[in-house]
Design a protein around this ligand. Structure first.
Ligand code: PAF
Length: 281
């Protein structure tokens, strides 16, 4: 596994893959890898001949400097995991390499970045698209994999890729789940045993919504199904419930007539968990 810290070095290695007629899959990460990231790596390996992973804690997507400073890092462990997974190249650029002259040039999906999650984290998605556009340019992959769990991020990146005509196939990779349906998250281990059990209400509420959608329903009724399921669990506090157009994240009302993305965030004893599902009529 080749480890590169400069764009030039990365490009030389990717050029050698291309010269051999090989396709390239990219998995951008901020490191501190877990099973969710490794499922993206597995998807990239499946889809392309060579797999490139980037590890870069991107300062432009953090609102508070304190969040950036406290972001967990463990390069040695990350590299061991990637090596074991059979990754071909890891790019770990310093900030100076990604933003040599600051972030004068930004990339932003104007509407989609400033709604839903973007309202509580102003500038976050602008930072994401700015860094992902730069990473796309550094690596120039054929495909790139992102988790469906960060649903808004995935749609924002798909839209940016389309608008800027990057010749890259963006793959959304399904959320990895525990055997009982709870979406995997590094936060799960911080739940008490009772909250861990109660947290099943996230996937249960989404399943109930999926069933209602298949039987024919309205957006308003879907909201009610989800809210009622979550409110029935006394340990759960519903913090966010958005039902939007699956691709453009547009507002939806009335009868469910096209695929809709449901995004929920629920708090258990101070720990916020998220989950999502696309439902179809
Ligand atoms: O999802 C992430 O880890 C980050 O937002 C990404 C896509 C690597 C950009 O920094």
């Amino acid at each position: 596994m080749k480890i590169c810290r400069t764009i030039a070095d990365c490009r030389t290695t990717v050029a050698s893959f291309r010269a051999a007629g090989e396709t390239v899959g990219l998995v951008p990460t901020m490191g501190f890898l877990h099973e969710g990231h490794m499922s993206l790596v597995a998807a990239a390996k499946e889809a392309a001949d060579r797999t490139v992973v980037t590890i870069f804690v991107n300062p432009t997507q953090f609102g508070e400097a304190a969040d950036l400073d406290s972001y967990p890092r463990d390069e040695e462990r990350d590299l061991a995991m990637l090596e074991a997974a059979g990754v071909d190249l890891v790019l770990i650029p310093p900030v100076q390499e990604v933003y040599p002259d600051g972030d004068e040039t930004i990339v932003e999906t104007t509407r989609m970045a400033n709604m839903l999650h973007g309202l509580v984290r102003p500038g976050h998605f602008r930072g994401v698209t700015t860094v992902v556009a730069r990473l796309f340019n550094f690596v120039q992959p054929d495909i790139a994999c992102f988790g469906e769990k960060d649903y808004q991020q995935l749609q924002v990146i798909k839209r940016m890729t389309r608008d800027l005509a990057f010749p890259i196939d963006i793959r959304g990779v399904p959320t990895v789940r525990e055997a009982d349906g709870l979406a995997m998250s590094s936060r799960n281990v911080r739940l008490t045993a009772q909250d861990r059990q109660a947290a099943l209400v996230l996937s249960q509420s989404l399943k109930a919504a999926e069933e209602a959608a298949a039987a024919g329903t309205t957006i308003e009724a879907l909201r009610e199904v989800i809210a009622n399921t979550i409110h029935a669990e006394p340990r759960a506090t519903l913090r966010g419930l958005d039902i939007v157009g699956a691709e453009d994240l547009s507002d939806l009302t009335g009868p469910l007539a096209s695929p809709a993305a449901i995004m929920i965030s629920v708090e258990f004893g101070g720990i916020l968990l998220i989950d999502q599902r696309v439902v179809t009529p």
